[in-house]
Design a protein around this ligand. Structure first.
Ligand code: FMN
Length: 512
């Protein structure tokens, strides 16, 4: 079982760390003439245009956990259109001298959008049963297979109940080259981050639509890739998201899924393959139903014991309910866009920060997490938060407090840790995600590495939404791995840096 040989994940992780020297000695440059297409295009398959007049849910982006009704809840085409658009649709576009960028609903490293969405559905109102690809460029689905293939997913997940009872399941897949063009072998980490931010939107919009949804990472990779007919040296399935629930009984039996041989437009003239990523993917793949069953068992167990605070604690207090912003999830997603310059003279309030951390602490629904569990720990550098002394903190999510690790003004250090970029230095607060990879890999095998990156992206995505709901700004960032651990040590010793989000107030230029 390759998944248990966790040296593979360590090798990949160590080999893709950023350090002062790796950045300066990496000869990588951007070959603009060979820039990949941001869309997967099947030129020979007719599009099924998705309805554009879908009513919005009207549910506030910051709300108590939206209660999803028990019993059957079956999406129709309009629900699917809403969920797909607000997860991966084009929400803005901007011209620049070299062309145009089509920005999407969720943040994504380099705006390269390497995550593709597919839908495997039974018969729905407005849509025949089939396997579809979603194309955000023309907001359409293209049928890759006709018929009900939900049984194939049920088998691939050894009858995971959410998948087996779902009227439709969205499969997220990662396209290596589209992101590796800029980021090389580090793209495998970006798969988790960029899939995660998209999932934060997807879970929020599904819940607002009254539909249960969760993230499923326990599946036989080869079976799902075969169903989508992916060319696995170039694109691989990353996770499943069952949408809705039906009590109509078990799904139909799995069907043969022969190769389709459908033409797709090449992304670039040439593609470069990064063996480190193919190895990491292979080593974290589940090959049998037994391995899937073990994965699921592991997910039901408690992962990490909460550490007791040793230093001074500051209590977090989210905005009282009546003061929470009422902007809807759709408004907030349309408004979101990573802050490009923070106003370093601005501050945010402790209540605003508490509200963002509260949304992070609620975690995500995933098959690898027991309720209330989380793989990543959150460490903060607060620069200018009213009611919070500048300094480094650890977030005790189960206690709803911040433990002061060291007091001081650390803008220069934040600049350094965030790859010497200005954004983390000018933000009001930087939130670093660190994970105890030894423990995670020991419990879950190499696939735990995928889970840690994906969870960080999904929680980071929720924090983006909670920030923008409050009219604040945020940006994901990359970092110097080992220096982050050193900065938060001794508390963080033995943990690895996974993700970084800067939060603050966007600089408003004159006339804006
Ligand atoms: C995980 C993650 C890491 C990112 N890292 C950086 C970064 O290091 N520097 C930066 O300027 N922007 C960074 N970004 C922001 C992206 O460039 C931005 O999301 C992308 O251009 C899409 O734009 P939008 O977020 O405004 O929709 C990051 C975003 C994510 C999700």
């Amino acid at each position: 079982m390759k998944n248990r040989d966790v040296q593979a994940a360590w090798k990949y992780h160590e080999g893709t760390k950023h350090s002062y020297w790796s950045i300066r000695t990496n000869p990588h440059f951007l070959d603009w003439a060979n820039q990949p297409l941001p869309f997967k295009i099947y030129p020979t398959v007719e599009p099924i245009l998705l309805p554009q007049d879908v009513p919005q849910t009207g549910v506030a982006a910051i709300s108590e956990r939206v209660s999803v009704a028990g019993g059957d809840s079956v999406p129709d085409l309009r629900d699917l259109a809403r969920i797909l658009f607000f997860s991966a649709g084009i929400t803005k576009h901007r011209k620049h001298p070299g062309g145009e960028i089509y920005f999407r609903a969720a943040a994504c490293t380099g705006a390269l959008y390497e995550i593709e969405l597919y839908v495997v559905t039974g018969e729905l109102e407005g849509l025949d049963a089939g396997v579809y690809h979603f194309n955000p460029a023309d907001v359409s689905l293209r049928a890759l297979r006709k018929g009900d293939f939900r049984g194939n997913l049920a088998r691939a997940t050894t009858m995971e109940s959410a998948v087996a009872c779902a009227p439709a399941t969205i499969v997220c897949a990662g396209t290596y080259w589209r992101n590796a063009w800029k980021y090389g072998a580090r793209t495998y980490r970006h798969f988790g981050w960029d899939n995660g931010t998209l999932l934060a939107n997807m879970l929020a919009v599904a819940a607002s639509s009254g539909l249960p949804a969760e993230i499923v990472l326990g599946f036989v990779d080869a079976d799902v890739n075969r169903l989508l007919d992916l060319e696995t040296r170039r694109e691989v399935s990353l996770c499943l998201v069952p949408i809705g629930r039906t009590s109509e009984g078990s799904p139909p039996a799995p069907q043969e899924a022969p190769p389709l041989g459908l033409e797709t437009i090449p992304l670039s003239e040439r593609e470069v393959e990064y063996p480190a990523m193919l190895e990491m993917h292979e080593a974290s793949s589940l090959a049998s139903e037994d391995e899937v069953a073990q994965w699921r068992e592991r997910g039901k167990q408690t992962v990490l014991p909460a550490s007791a605070p040793a230093g001074e604690e500051v209590r977090l207090q989210p905005l009282p309910r009546e003061e929470q912003p009422t902007d809807t999830i759709e408004q907030v997603i349309l408004r979101r866009g990573s802050t490009r310059t923070f106003d370093k003279t601005a501050s945010i309030t402790r209540a605003e920060l508490s509200t963002i951390l509260d949304s992070a602490a609620r975690g995500i629904a995933a098959d690898f997490l027991a309720p209330g569990e989380q793989l990543n720990d959150l460490y903060l550098i607060a620069h200018s938060v009213q009611g919070l002394a500048p300094g480094a903190y650890f977030f005790h999510r189960e206690r709803n407090t911040l433990e002061l690790l060291k007091q001081g003004k650390f803008r220069a250090e934040a600049h350094r840790l965030g790859l010497e970029q200005q954004l983390p230095a000018d933000a009001c607060v930087d939130v670093f995600f660190l994970a105890d990879l030894n423990r995670i890999l020991g419990g879950y095998g190499n696939r735990g590495y995928r889970a840690a990156q994906l969870e960080a992206g999904a929680i980071g995505g929720k924090m983006y939404l909670a920030a923008y709901a409050q009219h604040l700004g945020a940006s994901g960032l990359t970092f110097f791995d080992d220096e982050v651990t050193q900065f938060f040590s001794p508390h963080a010793k033995d943990k690895s840096a996974i993700f970084l989000l800067a939060i603050g107030k966007p600089l408003r230029r004159k006339g804006q």
